[in-house]
Design a protein around this ligand. Structure first.
Ligand code: CDP
Length: 234
């Protein structure tokens, strides 16, 4: 294995022999509330590696480029090196989480159209919500890149929403990250997993995502396994 370049809350990043390729290793650590709540959930890393690889393959089949190259092993995948745009892009179909809380709404209400939000990736600030004008005033990235991220996020939402609905799951909301490759191409990066999406069972309404951890609902791994199973995993 190459040199450890970065260790995040849920993944480690290593260099490889190819300067344009990195190795991602998924960890079993679960964190919430900006790292305040932390636990080891055995099997989470393997499930998130598998589920993310599945979604990136599905998106590639639907002409959405990403940094994903291949799943190497239970915990590892190879990705293209990109420079991450320090913005989290959240898409919402149903009211939940911080959106419901901030605006005093009940969770579970369908929105009339998918909402796209940006959060500034800064752990010291707790990843605050940021407006487009702030992004340009602070020169975080360009209008062109923001518009490409928004367009791709909405396309991804459509693909994932329909795919999950056919498997009995409501895609409530999710978070994406994008990066720029050597040619300044905007590429979907990071992960798409029950850590970064809200998935509700269509029939029972059961939460099958990280809210089970955040809200101490129990059976976290069982929920992630259920998502894997709905996607055809064993
Ligand atoms: O999850 P929380 O209620 O704190 O925030 P949210 O803004 O309602 O989160 C919207 C969606 O983005 C959820 O599916 C979260 O799991 C995901 N998210 C994430 O993956 N990483 C973050 N740092 C924040 C949100």
């Amino acid at each position: 294995m190459g040199e450890l370049l970065y260790e995040g809350k849920a993944k480690k990043l290593f260099s490889t022999k190819d300067p344009n390729v990195l190795l991602v290793q998924y960890k079993d650590t679960a964190t919430a509330f900006n790292g305040e709540k932390k636990e080891v959930l055995e099997g989470k890393g393997a499930l998130n590696n598998k589920i993310t690889s599945y979604f990136f393959d599905l998106l590639a089949e639907n002409q959405i480029p990403s940094h994903f190259l291949e799943r190497l092993s239970t915990l590892e995948q190879l990705v293209k090196r990109v420079t991450i745009v320090p913005l989290e892009v959240v898409v919402r179909n149903i009211t939940a989480g911080s959106f419901a809380k901030r605006l005093g709404l009940e969770e579970g209400k369908p929105l009339p159209f998918p909402i796209v939000e940006f959060y500034y990736k800064d752990d010291n600030l707790g990843d605050p919500l940021i407006l487009e004008d702030h992004i340009y005033a602070l020169e975080i990235t360009s209008e062109d890149i923001v518009s490409q991220m928004k367009k791709q996020a909405l396309q991804i939402n459509k693909i994932l929403y329909e795919h999950m609905e056919q498997r009995g799951i409501r895609l409530v909301d999710f978070k994406l990250e994008f990066g720029l490759d050597q040619n300044e191409e905007v590429l979907l990066a990071d992960e798409i997993s029950p850590d970064t999406c809200r998935f509700w069972d269509l029939k029972s309404g059961d939460k099958l995502d990280k809210d089970r951890f955040r809200r101490n609902l129990g059976n976290v791994i069982e929920a992630y396994q259920e998502i894997d199973k709905r996607l055809g995993g064993q």
